[in-house]
Each structure stands twice: as C-alpha cells, then as structure tokens.
Design a protein around this ligand. Structure first.
Ligand code: GLC
Length: 515
C-alpha cells in the first residue's frame, strides 16, 4: 500500500511436497500448511480487497507433483486417471531399455523417467517429481479449468500462468535437433537441443485461449476483469501469439523477460534502446506492455547490474508504457545472497552438481525479505531461515530505507506515483541513446507535462545534453526523482543542455516543477 503497488502475485501456496518450492502441486485446491490453511488464505484475500489490492495466484498447469492423487492413480492405471500424464513405452536398443527419445528436462538430463510399477516412462519437463499433465486428454483440461474456477469463485483477481510453452508436446516421438549453439552446452543441458517438438506447439496457444475464456466468463457475469499473465521465455515471434491471435484472446500480457535475459552490466545504451524498442515494435498495437528486472528464477537485478543502477532500473520500468512488475526486495535494491553448496536447496542447482551450481541456482535470489536490522532481518523469530539472510541486512532493509528520503524505497514510491500520471499511462514514447553509455526515455502527451529519464550506464562521470532529443523542450527541467548516487536533489532545476551524471546515475526529469 505504502509502496504504491496495486496487485500482489503470490508464488504457489498450494499443497506441495516442496521439491520445487510449491511448483510441484499435490492438491490444487488446498493451501500448504507451511503457509497456513484455507481460512488464512481467505483472510488474506479479504484484507487485500479491503485495501484495494488485487491478488493473483500462480497457476501451475503444466505438471503436478508425483505425490498428487492423480499421478498415484495413473501409475496404477486406475480409470479415469490412467491417461492423465504422458506415458510412453521404452525404446529397445540392443535388448536394452531406453527412453522413447532424446527430449531433455529443463532441470537437466532426460525428460523421461522410468516407472517400475507401470512399466512405462513418463515425461517431466522439470524435476522427476513434476510429471507433465496430458493436455490431449479432455478430462485433464476440464480438471484444470475447474482449478481456475475454484480460485475465481473464492474471489482472486487472476493468475500468473506458469511454464505455459510446455503444455503440449508433439505426438511424434522424434528426436529434437541440436540447438544452433549446442557447442556451448553439455549434452544433458536443456539448451543443447532446439525444442521444436516440446515448446510452443500450436495446441498450446489454443489451450491458453481456452483458459482465457474461463476467466472472461466471470467478467461477463459481473463486468470485472479477471487478469492473466503468462510465463514464457521465448523469441518475440513465438511470444506475441500468447496475447491472442486476432480472433481469440490470450493473456492480458505475456511476461516480458527482455530486460532480464538480454541485458547485463556490460550492456551499452544502444543495447537498452534496441531491447526496449524491439518489444514495442513487435507487440500488437492494441495490446498492453509490461516491464520488469527480476523474478524468483533470476539472479537479482542489483547483482546482475551494478548495485547503484537499481534506481535507474526502477525508474525505467515505471516510465515505460505498460505495467511495471517488481520481485519483492528489488524495491530496496536487495542483492543476491551467496548460498554455499551445502546450503543449496534448488532442484535445478542440485541436478547440475557442485561445479556448476552457482550459475543455475535460484536460491541466491530467494533469500528472506529484509524488513529491519533485527536478527534474521525481522523475517522470523525462529533461529533459522530456509535460505540464508543476506549479510547486508543490517544496512539494506525496509525500516532504514523508510527513514531516508533518498533511499531506493522512496525512489520506488515516487515512481509508482508518477506512473499514474496521464503522460505515463497514455503518452507517446521515445527512447534514444545519447552516447555509448547514456540513454533517455521520453514520455509526452499534448497538454501534459513531459517526463524524461536519463541513465548513465558507464563508469565515467558524463555531461548530458537533452536539448536535441525533442524540439521545444524548455531550457530548464526539474528533477522529479534522483538515484541515491545523484549529484542533483529531487526538486532542483537542471539546464536542459548541460548537466552532469555520475557513473550509474539516473534522473527522472519533468518539464514542470511537480514538487
Ligand atoms: C516456472 C517457475 C519456476 C519453476 C518452473 C517449474 O519456470 O517460475 O520457479 O521451477 O516453472 O514449475
């Protein structure tokens, strides 16, 4: 509330053995005791509504836990569960039992696991304990639509749809070809293959449109939108049909991973400009954008980029057109916690082994939230946390940042406020490189103030001149928000044609003195 956000996306809280921390669901219609019970959930929803906050659930349709009753019965071939999962006979080579083909799991190694009892392999895109559901079985489709209905009936506002590209696999059991860059990977790495048969199949898009119809049937009853965003790390051309296909609606937006997977601390101003404009140019004109710099699967933004750049990145996602999304703690500039091998719990990291786990591990960014300087950062009164608290909690924490007007937290709040201005909601966009390391984002709307973000990505202090970016800019601009490392104070004037930016400094400027 205080932060200025209006929607919360909860990562999965369903009943789960927690092999993949909730993404292995053993009961889609119950809450795991780790989080409380259904009454606690309902109270959360009621409280959220009282505060005008929307609540989105994480919907995990691709796979269940191998502890789900459906799977246990499927193993036994009990009707109607026998075909709820993707079961295939082995390939026999020289009298030896082999997986049906070369398909690989996203968590490394073959995507096929032998089941002794059923005497067949089952397909799992993720961990062995996460068998993929069979969407070619209409009963499964109906079960999963009923899961959506269950939570919509409770009053949730929508869903983040997990791992959508993997819903369907081709019925052909052919091998997948090697990826263009296969040499960079080990043969057991998911990226070693080009996933022509296991990702973004035509049926997957249609299924998503069907899920959207379920959500819309609720809107048709009471006029309130039920929201859907999809997770897909995919090329732009395969991404855009997740919005819909012209005649049918898909997600309100597919999550836009471009600031996460295309940019890093070596990126130039031109890289940022290209990354932003490519998305805007490819997105269907009548659809809504979204921007973010992190999530629970990626190293934290303050660690992927130089930590002081966090304010600039916060400004960027709020000033670009569309919805900004923030992974908890990024508003404080929380950095990755180093998680030793003996502390590692992420199945993806455990699967690749000690030598390579650091690049893959998602434990680093899943540290407890840093509330204050008390023990365990105020996260718990217990004497242990599931992952180590970042040792910088004594200085990087919410309580400290609330007291400091120039903190990351207060910059975030200022930007969340700015995002509600007409110019930012509906104005035009210009993104331009000013030098190798400086770029600006300009938002303008007839009759409204113009806002300009300028960021110095470089390692040197640089002079900036914005006078040529757009005709008729006034000679003086006012600092609306300034990164913590700024030379200028919020509220102060700068000369449009001449002002200095420190390395990693960012300013959001306005044509009027808003302060
Ligand atoms: C998504 C989730 C990730 C999870 C995976 C399998 O990518 O974001 O955390 O491990 O799906 O469900």
């Amino acid at each position: 509330m205080d932060l200025g956000v209006d929607t919360i996306w909860l990562s999965p809280v369903y009943k789960s053995p927690m092999v993949d921390f909730g993404y292995d669901v053993s009961d889609y219609k119950d809450i795991d005791p780790v989080f409380g019970n259904m009454a606690d959930f309902e109270e959360l929803l009621t409280e959220a509504k009282a505060k005008d906050l929307n609540l989105l659930m994480d919907f995990v349709p691709n796979h269940s836990s191998n502890q789900h009753l459906w799977f246990l019965k499927s193993v036994e071939r009990i009707h109607p569960y026998s075909d709820y999962y993707i079961w295939r006979d082995p390939k026999i080579e020289n009298g030896q039992r082999k997986p049906p083909n070369n398909w690989l799991s996203g968590f490394r190694g073959s995507a096929w696991e032998w089941n002794e009892k059923r005497q067949q392999y089952y397909y799992h895109m993720f961990a062995v304990q996460q068998p993929d559901l069979n969407y070619r079985n209409p009963a499964v489709v109906e079960e999963m639509k009923n899961v959506l209905r269950f939570w919509l009936d409770k009053g949730v506002h929508g869903f983040r749809m997990d791992a959508i590209p993997f819903l369907f696999e081709s019925t052909s059991l052919a091998d997948e070809p090697k990826a263009d860059y296969w040499k960079w990977f080990e043969p057991t790495d998911h990226d070693y293959l080009n996933h022509t048969l296991t990702e973004n199949q035509p049926e997957t898009y249609s299924m998503l449109y069907e899920f959207r119809d379920v959500l819309d049937s609720y809107r048709n009853r009471d006029g309130r939108t039920r929201f859907m965003m999809t997770e897909c790390y995919t090329d732009l051309n395969k991404m855009m049909p997740y919005y819909g296909n012209g005649s049918r609606n898909g997600a309100h937006f597919p999550l836009n991973f471009r600031l996460v997977d295309r940019l890093n601390r070596e990126s130039t101003a031109a890289d940022f400009v290209k990354t932003i404009l490519e998305w805007e140019a490819t997105k269907p004109a009548d659809k809504w954008s979204n921007w973010f710099i992190g999530n629970h699967d990626q190293k934290r933004a303050a660690s992927r980029f130089d930590a002081p750049l966090i304010d600039g990145l916060t400004m960027l996602i709020h000033l670009l057109p569309g919805t900004p999304i923030t992974y908890y703690g990024d508003e404080l500039g929380m950095e990755d916690s180093f998680v030793r091998w003996d502390q590692t719990v992420d199945p993806a990291a455990l699967n690749v082994g000690r030598k390579r786990y650091k690049t893959v591990s998602r434990d680093f960014e899943r540290e407890p939230f840093q509330w204050d300087a008390s023990s365990y950062a105020g996260f718990t009164s217990a004497n242990h946390t599931w992952l180590p608290v970042n040792s910088n909690y004594w200085k990087v924490n919410l309580a400290a940042q609330k007291l400091n007007l120039r903190s990351h937290y207060n910059t975030f709040r200022a930007m969340a406020k700015l995002r509600r201005k007409l110019t930012v909601l509906t104005g035009s966009l210009k993104v331009k490189a000013l030098s190798t390391w400086q770029f600006c984002v300009l938002r303008s709307l007839e009759g409204q103030p113009t806002f300009i973000l300028v960021i110095n990505l470089g390692s040197d202090i640089e002079m900036t001149n914005l006078s040529t970016v757009q005709p008729n800019l006034p000679d003086t601009l006012y600092v609306y928000a300034a990164s913590e490392n700024s030379l200028q104070e919020p509220g102060s004037p700068v000369q449009t044609s001449k002002f200095l930016l420190r390395p990693k400094q960012a300013l959001t400027l306005s044509t009027i003195e808003v302060y």
